[in-house]
Design a protein around this ligand. Structure first.
Ligand code: ATP
Length: 567
């Protein structure tokens, strides 16, 4: 039974020791409070603490271990305390307890010091002010002095001219990196854009937030350079890791670009890989068979994010994300189209993301690249399509344009095969890419088209998204896709990287349900709307197709956010 100190004078020394231990504990608590204060200072603009500035997230593995040790020691001290109370003769234990208390206190102090240091280096210096956002361990962004010293008017002009909107519920304000020279990279990391003049708007706007470790949704038209927008900070992040910490997969980029490469080949490549780029299905296959481990991943990108989150892929993506760390993970979503049906779902994977939208489109309306001239030809008869297609091919591949690349989209694999054959029989040099062809054939077709040796490629929607084929002059939609989002992606294979492009679309009664949404896309891009299309009406069906409709909720945009004005 516990004895009180005054009942036994022999306990006096023990009481003093206890006092000392209490003092040690108090000190430790104080340090923890300081540490919490440091974390609290990891705030963004509006003074709210960032949800994800948890103590442990900012610590390295080593630091976490030290903290764990410290906690253990503290627990030992606590039990030693109890023992001292419970056993009058516990004085002989107090030396050990004192030692443990000192050790625990020291370890906690060390961890706190390290943590403070980490928090400090996670800081962001922007506009001359020093503030801290410790979203992810190691995330560090110090705004370049040159960028900081630019007159605000120059930044404002850039934002206005590029029609850039940044929404951040955290109110963090970071200047867009309007010139490559303001990127904190070494020479090696500059190679991917060595030939480019300036960052594209989506790159300029996203880079600072991504380098600062923030979660982010980036919405920008097709061909606007989104790949480097997430790729550059990804590689920078990995390059910064110590060799020991770089052993496993650190970044995972999930895309829906067509797959089909042999598993064996890919499995071999996984060894020693830092970045994995994969389709959801293949990635889950590897996770299930245990050939890939994403538990050390710190950077997750959903490219073509709307597609990744729609009914076809959502569960696959959920499974993948559940195998990555829940905290300390930076999650990014990039897309050219951002239907309301997936916005709320997207939020469930991210923590207070910044939203960057290019093109006066803060609400994320469905928008096509405005450099693409869009023509819609309404046809009453399906059989009118083939002769018209040949007419167009002749027209656009004549004289000096003989080798111009033309991408012809069909809806179904069988249709694509039929159209490819039909075009070939008419004397054109053509290749095909669709799901019925084996990977070897697909790659061969794609390479020939890219190289320009085969200037016409007939494709299904496997080639609608993500494929970057330079200098496609014309996209012809022989059959309209199942959604208007897919239409925007299909035509987005032309007009890339600042070039002009053209898209000609055959539209028949069969697609009349999509007429309203198509009219909106045409109008938003300043394109003419043919009378014959208007006759189908302008109603936009919320549930155009299962792939987008099943989870449709008539939500407004993302949660209310502060629009940054950079004043
Ligand atoms: N800063 C830049 N200046 C000029 N060209 C660039 C720049 N950044 C990227 N590009 C080029 O622009 C093209 C399109 O880029 P990318 O494929 O990243 O577009 P995207 O926005 O991801 O398109 P999509 O939505 O269709 O997938 C690529 O050929 C890329 O090399």
């Amino acid at each position: 039974m516990a004895k009180r100190a005054h009942e036994d004078p022999g306990l006096a020394a023990g009481v003093e020791d206890k006092e000392a231990r209490r003092e040690a504990k108090r000190l430790k608590k104080e340090k923890a409070a300081n540490r919490a204060e440091t974390a609290k200072n990891a705030i963004v603009g509006n003074g709210e603490k960032h949800d994800d500035a948890p103590e442990n997230d900012t610590l390295s593995k080593e630091e976490r271990r030290a903290l764990k040790r410290a906690k253990k020691e503290a627990a030992k001290v606590a039990s030693a305390d109890d023992a001292a109370i419970a056993t009058p003769t516990a004085t002989e234990n107090t030396d050990a307890a004192n030692k443990a208390a000192r050790k625990a206190s020291k370890a906690a102090e060390k961890a706190a010091k390290k943590a403070t240091k980490t928090d400090a280096t996670d800081g962001i210096v922007s506009n001359g002010e020093s503030s801290t956002v410790s979203r992810h361990a190691g995330a560090e962004y110090v705004e370049d002095a040159g960028l900081r010293s630019l007159p605000q008017s120059e930044i404002d002009t850039f934002i206005k001219d590029k029609r850039l909107a940044i929404e951040d519920t955290q109110g963090q304000q970071l200047r867009p990196i309007i010139d490559f020279k303001y990127l904190p990279l070494d020479d090696d990391q500059r190679k991917p854009f060595a030939g480019f003049k300036a960052p594209t708007p989506i790159q300029a706007a996203c880079w600072p937030y991504l380098l600062a470790g923030r979660d982010l949704v980036g919405v920008a038209e097709t061909g606007s350079g989104k790949t480097l927008a997430f790729g550059v900070p990804c590689l920078h992040h990995i390059a910064k890791l110590s060799k020991a910490n770089r052993k496993s997969i650190k970044a995972c980029i999930v895309t829906c670009v067509y797959g089909g490469v042999s598993k064996d080949e890919q499995r071999k490549l996984l060894n020693g890989t830092h970045v994995v780029v994969a389709t959801p299905g293949r990635l889950n296959d590897f996770i299930q068979e245990g050939s890939i481990d994403l538990s050390s991943v710190q950077y997750v990108v959903l490219d073509e994010a709307d597609r990744m989150l729609d009914t076809g892929f959502e569960q696959e993506v959920r499974k993948i994300i559940s195998t990555t760390p829940a905290t300390g993970r930076q999650t990014l979503m990039f897309t050219a189209t951002w239907p309301p049906s997936v916005r709320e779902l997207a939020d469930t994977f991210m923590s207070k993301p910044v939203k960057v939208t290019i093109g006066d489109n803060a609400s994320g309306e469905l928008r096509a690249n405005t450099r693409i001239v869009q023509e819609v030809e309404v046809m009453t008869e399906q059989q009118d399509k083939q002769p018209r297609l040949i007419q167009l091919l002749k027209q656009y591949q004549s004289g000096k344009n003989k080798q111009d690349r033309i991408l012809v989209f069909c809806l179904y694999k069988k249709e694509a095969t039929r159209i490819e054959e039909f075009i070939r029989r008419r004397g054109f040099n053509v290749a095909g890419i669709h799901g019925d062809l084996n990977q070897h054939k697909r790659t061969e077709s794609l390479e020939a088209f890219k190289a320009g040796t085969v200037p016409i490629l007939v494709a299904t929607d496997v080639a609608a998204r993500g494929l970057d084929i330079p200098a496609v002059k014309l996209v012809i939609n022989v059959t309209f896709p199942l959604t208007v989002e897919d239409y925007v992606h299909r035509i987005g294979r032309t007009g890339r990287a600042g070039q002009d492009g053209k898209a000609i679309t055959f539209f028949t009664d069969a697609e009349k349900g999509l007429a309203g949404a198509l009219i909106n896309v045409l109008k938003a891009a300043g394109q003419p709307v043919p009378e014959e299309l208007m006759k189908y009406g302008t109603t936009v069906k919320k549930k155009g197709h299962d792939a987008y409709g099943a989870f449709y909720k008539d939500t407004t945009e993302m949660k209310k956010a502060t629009k940054i004005t950079f004043d």
